[in-house]
Design a binder for this molecule. Structure first.
Ligand SMILES: C[S@@+](CC[C@H](N)C(=O)[O-])C[C@H]1O[C@@H](n2cnc3c(N)ncnc32)[C@H](O)[C@@H]1O
Length: 225
């Protein structure tokens, strides 16, 4: 853990969560998510679509969905503390995305923004989440995933973030470095397994859009029959 993360965390607060809260203001994150949902075509989904956001954290993705006009939205996250920061209309449930608290064939769509790379055991945990999505989503159910990916851009960001001077000059870089430091095990495990991740994803979902840009993997698709 970095000193700064430790200081900001304080007693009883997870240092990764503290860095995450420093990384972006809620408004910055909601704007980023809203623009992303538009860009990846979620803005064209019917507004009555029932969308679940997995790994929803403090719920800024849910705010973005609400800004696009979705009213039937739900979130699931392991952290009651992050969920408690959410103030919107969505129904939020504290739970493990490897065992979703929903009935079979009961939801239309699911999105994940930066949650899958927090899974501890790959590829097994990823299989568990995807199997749960296949169980819970209706036939032809929609999915959207955005996760870190080791593109050239991300390699450059990692290189810059290693320099203490650069970290001191940018709050954002310092928070990013602290987040990476505190999630190193799952983050590096995720970034080091691109083939496996692609294979597992395509086994469960039919891609409609896939792109790799600015250190992110963007996947939009449907549950395979
Ligand atoms: C980077 S955050 C996601 C941010 C979030 N998507 C947002 O929009 O604010 C990763 C989240 O994954 C959650 N998490 C980690 N493992 C989980 C699991 N097995 N089930 C549910 N949530 C989990 C953490 O509590 C954390 O909130």
């Amino acid at each position: 853990m970095t000193d700064s993360a430790q200081n900001a965390a304080g007693p009883g607060i997870d240092p990764w969560e503290a860095a995450y809260l420093r990384f972006e203001t809620p408004e910055e994150e909601i704007r980023k998510f809203t623009e992303r949902l538009h860009r990846l075509g979620v803005g064209e989904w019917p507004r009555e679509t029932n969308v679940v956001e997995l790994f929803c954290g403090r719920g800024n993705g849910l705010h973005a969905l609400a800004r696009l006009g979705f009213r039937n939205i739900e979130g699931v996250d392991l952290s009651p503390r992050l969920l408690a920061e959410y103030t919107g209309e969505a129904r939020c449930i504290a739970g493990d995305c490897r065992k979703l608290p929903f009935a079979d064939n009961s939801r239309d769509a699911a999105i994940v923004q930066g949650g899958l790379h927090h899974l501890l055991v790959l590829p097994d945990d990823l299989e568990r989440v995807f199997a749960e999505l296949r169980r819970v989503l209706r036939p032809q159910g929609r999915v959207m995933f955005v996760e870190p990916w080791l593109t050239l851009f991300l390699r450059v960001v990692h290189g810059v973030a290693q320099h203490s001077l650069a970290r001191r000059m940018s709050v954002k870089l310092e928070a990013l470095a602290a987040m990476i430091e505190n999630e190193r095990q799952t983050y590096e495990n995720w970034l080091g397994r691109p083939e496996e991740i692609s294979q597992v994803t395509r086994r469960y979902f039919q891609p409609e859009h896939e792109s790799f840009a600015w250190g992110k993997w963007n996947f939009v698709g449907r549950v395979r029959p």
